[in-house]
Design a protein around this ligand. Structure first.
Ligand SMILES: NC(=O)c1ccc[n+]([C@@H]2O[C@H](COP(=O)([O-])OP(=O)(O)OC[C@H]3O[C@@H](n4cnc5c(N)ncnc54)[C@H](O)[C@@H]3O)[C@@H](O)[C@H]2O)c1
Length: 253
């Protein structure tokens, strides 16, 4: 049985990733800062010992080490790490506070780096270039086509895309391949929480894509599953937009 660790597993894209991996027969460790939501999700899924969860603040090295210590107690091999934990704070750059920037850098950039660092020995175990372990970062098209009103968020996602590329080249030869998905607007609690804040901040959600709808978490998880599949074993260092074409061309409002 293959083993995956999913950060941000309590909500949105991470939560759906956990569910889909369980359906596909994986052993899953779900990490999140929201312990109550993790516990409720676990009870709801009833997956028995195939689902374990750990409260973890991905931006805190001590918390990340403790979570991976718990995982190390249960297994010595991880086949996939999916880093979905993320936060957004919106507003004009001049209105952001240093605390907001620190939070986004901690969760969106330092978090995936710390998670890879802790997971690496278990990812490398028994993996090879021919049969590599996988890391998938959940980036954003905000990091590819920056948007007024979410400038610092976009900057953290652009940084995450850079980390995916560097990790891909550094770790690929050791049997760990690293890619990112870059979703457009996805219907999750993160986006739902922005409704109401956006009118005062200058931020506008991208809304419907050229395909005529907003993405659902499953649209993103489909691509994560592809990146975890045998079909993607030669895909390394990619940042794959999952946005229905939103960023492909400018549409005058
Ligand atoms: N929803 C979108 O439109 C959209 C678009 C592009 C990218 N993304 C990215 O997708 C990822 C998932 O977002 P989502 O929409 O599912 O949001 P979400 O808010 O539904 O889920 C994010 C999860 O991350 C967890 N989290 C936050 N801070 C954490 C921390 N310090 N440590 C551990 N867990 C923490 C939250 O508790 C939550 O469970 C994020 O990285 C987000 O930036 C989302």
């Amino acid at each position: 049985m293959k083993t995956a660790v999913v950060t941000g597993g309590a909500s949105g894209i991470g939560r759906r990733t956990v569910e889909r991996l369980l359906t596909d027969g994986w052993q899953v460790w779900s990490l999140d800062v929201a312990g109550d939501a993790l516990a409720q999700h676990s009870t709801q899924l009833g997956a028995g010992d195939r689902l374990s969860w750990q409260v973890c603040n991905v931006g805190d090295p001590i918390s990340v080490k403790a979570a991976f210590d718990a995982i190390r107690n249960g297994t010595d091999k991880i086949d996939a790490l999916i880093c979905s934990a993320g936060v957004i704070r919106i507003g004009a750059l001049e209105d952001h506070t240093p605390d907001q920037l620190d939070l986004m850098l901690d969760v969106n950039v330092k978090g995936p780096w710390l998670s890879v660092r802790e997971a690496l020995p278990m990812l490398r175990k028994n993996s090879s270039v021919a049969d590599p372990a996988r890391v998938v970062f959940v980036g954003s098209i905000a990091g590819m086509r920056p948007k007024v009103g979410s400038g610092f968020y976009g900057a953290t996602k652009a940084a995450l895309h850079v980390l995916a590329g560097i990790f891909a080249v550094e770790l690929g030869p050791t049997g760990v391949i690293v890619n990112a998905v870059a979703p457009g607007t996805v219907n999750t609690p993160m986006v739902q929480a922005l409704v109401g804040q956006s009118s005062t901040s200058g931020y506008k959600p991208s809304g419907k894509s050229p395909l005529g709808r907003v993405a659902q978490p499953d649209d993103v998880v489909d691509v994560i599953q592809f990146l975890l599949s045998d079909a993607a074993k030669y895909v390394n260092g990619a940042v794959l937009p999952v946005d229905g074409g939103t960023r492909a061309a400018y549409v005058k409002p």
